[in-house]
Design a protein around this ligand. Structure first.
Ligand code: 5GP
Length: 191
């Protein structure tokens, strides 16, 4: 998505080779009309796949998932990263190693929100090593729902997550794919 590449070039901050900060439009402040266009693009890519549910993970996936859901007209389920009184005990739970914090947390989704017969599209903000996606995929598989595919706003293609997931035969669509980045070169996109 050319507009997204331009936005990353003008507003993204390359912290180091591993972390791109896009807090001005995706991860902290949300540029709603712009992220809505990302949601519309996911709809264009997956509109013929009879999606019945969008699954994401809190917190940064929620914005794009909700804006995409306006087009798909389906509910959004977001995996929670901590136990709370609002959750029943009947949950799927998966350990996920956090890319940004380096710690492992247990993400949870109540079983009633993922059912056999659902056709699930997983959406998230970033794809790096693929741990977050892998955790969500395992929960979809455990539920008996069908996984339609994954949609990612920004994939760092030089990390191995995308390959790991695509090698399982899972469709992964990324709106921007980064070939390399550093504070000196800025962001370089895949062709
Ligand atoms: P993975 O599990 O694929 O290694 O990492 C994906 C998760 O880590 C995303 O949900 C995102 O929150 C976070 N993440 C990974 N890389 C970056 C990055 O370069 N910038 C930001 N802002 N978040 C990232």
């Amino acid at each position: 998505m050319k507009e997204l590449e331009d936005k990353i070039r003008s507003e993204g901050i390359v912290d180091n080779e591993n972390v791109l900060k896009v807090g001005s439009f995706l991860n902290h402040q949300i540029d709603v009309p712009f992220i809505e266009k990302c949601g519309e693009e996911f709809y264009r890519l997956y509109k013929d796949d009879n999606v019945t549910k969008i699954l994401t993970i809190e917190a940064s996936g929620i914005g794009v998932a909700v804006l995409a859901a306006l087009y798909f007209k389906v509910p959004v389920v977001f995996a929670k990263k901590s136990q709370s009184n609002n959750l029943t005990n009947d949950v799927y739970t998966e350990p996920i190693e956090s890319f940004t914090h380096g710690t492992t947390y247990h993400c949870m989704v109540e079983r009633r929100f993922l059912q056999p017969g659902d056709r699930v599209l997983i959406l998230d903000d970033f794809l790096a090593r693929g741990n977050a996606l892998q955790g969500l995929i395992k929960m979809v598989n455990a539920s008996g729902a069908d996984l339609v595919g994954c949609g990612i706003v920004i994939e760092k293609a030089y990390q191995d997550g995308g390959k790991r997931i695509r090698d399982q035969g899972i469709r992964v669509e990324s709106l921007a794919r980064i070939k390399s980045m550093s504070p000196e070169t800025g962001v370089i996109f895949c062709d």
